[in-house]
Write a protein that binds this ligand. Sequence first.
Ligand SMILES: Cc1cc2nc3c(=O)[nH]c(=O)nc-3n(C[C@H](O)[C@H](O)[C@H](O)COP(=O)(O)OP(=O)(O)OC[C@H]3O[C@@H](n4cnc5c(N)ncnc54)[C@H](O)[C@@H]3O)c2cc1C
Length: 404
Amino acid sequence: MIRPQNAAEVVDAVSYARTQDVPLSVRSGGHGISGRSTNDGGVVVDMSRMNKVEVLDRATRRVRLEPGARWGDVAQTLAPYGLAMSSGDYGDVGVGGLATTAGVGYLARRHGLTIDHVVAVEIVTADGRLLRVDDEHHPDLFWAIRGAGGNFGVVTALELEAYEVDKVVYAQLVADATDTAGLLRRWGQLVEDAPRELTSFLSLFPGRRGNPPAAQVTLVYAGDDVEAAQSALSPFLGIGPILDQQAQLVPYPAIVVPPGNQHRGQGLKDTRSGLLHHVTPQAADLMENMIHSGDVMIMQLRSVGGAVNDVARDATAYPHREQNFSVLAATVPDRRPQLDKLWAELYPYLDGLYLSFESDTDPARLLDAWPEPTLGRLRAIKASYDPDNVFNRNFPIPPAEPVD
Ligand SMILES: Cc1cc2nc3c(=O)[nH]c(=O)nc-3n(C[C@H](O)[C@H](O)[C@H](O)COP(=O)(O)OP(=O)(O)OC[C@H]3O[C@@H](n4cnc5c(N)ncnc54)[C@H](O)[C@@H]3O)c2cc1C
């Protein structure tokens, strides 16, 4: 394992790795699903020492993040400036992996994905060059990094435009999900009808020890207007029988589970991911089958839509700009075949996937992550920046064949 402390050492690490005929993995926070940031007997470039978080300019809200920083630290550092950058629910997740794929966070419907705020990236490419890329410099590579970054090099820093966020309203509901399909349909419709200040994550758990299936719903209202928040949140009390509820006005960092606390990435690694336009009756029935089957340990639906869908499909290498929901199902290794069978029934209703939540390594998934023309464009960029496919651990994109 190599643990560089600066970009020059990353250049040395990539050059060294290329002299060895072994796998090369890049790790930032180590939260990648299915061990994609590690390998057996190969080289791991571990970016955890490069973890600085800086506010470059408060007036333009420009911040610089090193990839080894954790999102909980980012939230804590930006808060005193009245700034935030939505990332995800776990503060332990690393900047490097999340900011190069999408970043589906608690402020997504109001402020979009994390990658939508990236304005420049510093990256060491397969030939050992340290490049600073943005809309004007290597724009093709800059485009590719925002959605498929793991394929193109080792990111050593990112500059993002943060946004002004102070307090948010954070609510949690627990509901009896015996009527899973009905609850999902109602939740889905309410999310789509809600103002975009509201983003919601819903986790479903199967019934256990005589208890019915349960839904845990997180609702975040991006703003401190308590009255407006109340009217956006209260319809959700109608999703099903409510067993517990709470709501608080809190600073944004309080809702990102802090680094080092709880989850350290040893969760369920057998996951499937998909994106849905709407929670239709058919999709809701199939998700009910999954959670009632006993073969799926948890399902999570996250609202996207809103500001995520203001961005053009071809503006970044994350082309999923019409869907309103991300869906994830996870299980234990010995139930993987059952999960895949159930997922195959849902698949016709899905449109694409989020690669950070998908552990299936079938190359067919590449087209779900990057439907054409995105994949073709990525293959051409891969051929020019990584023709030998050095960075091949995370949804590996085959370089385009050279044209004579
Ligand atoms: C508990 C948990 C909660 C999560 N919650 C969310 C969420 O709310 N929203 C969301 O969008 N995602 C979420 N994720 C998914 C998460 O975004 C991805 O797993 C992400 O890859 C983790 O980033 P990392 O740096 O910790 O990963 P790592 O395991 O370090 O890296 C994963 C992969 O990312 C690439 N990568 C990492 N660092 C670099 C770099 N410096 N340069 C280039 N490529 C790099 C590599 O291909 C690497 O294999 C969650 C994951 C977990 C385990």
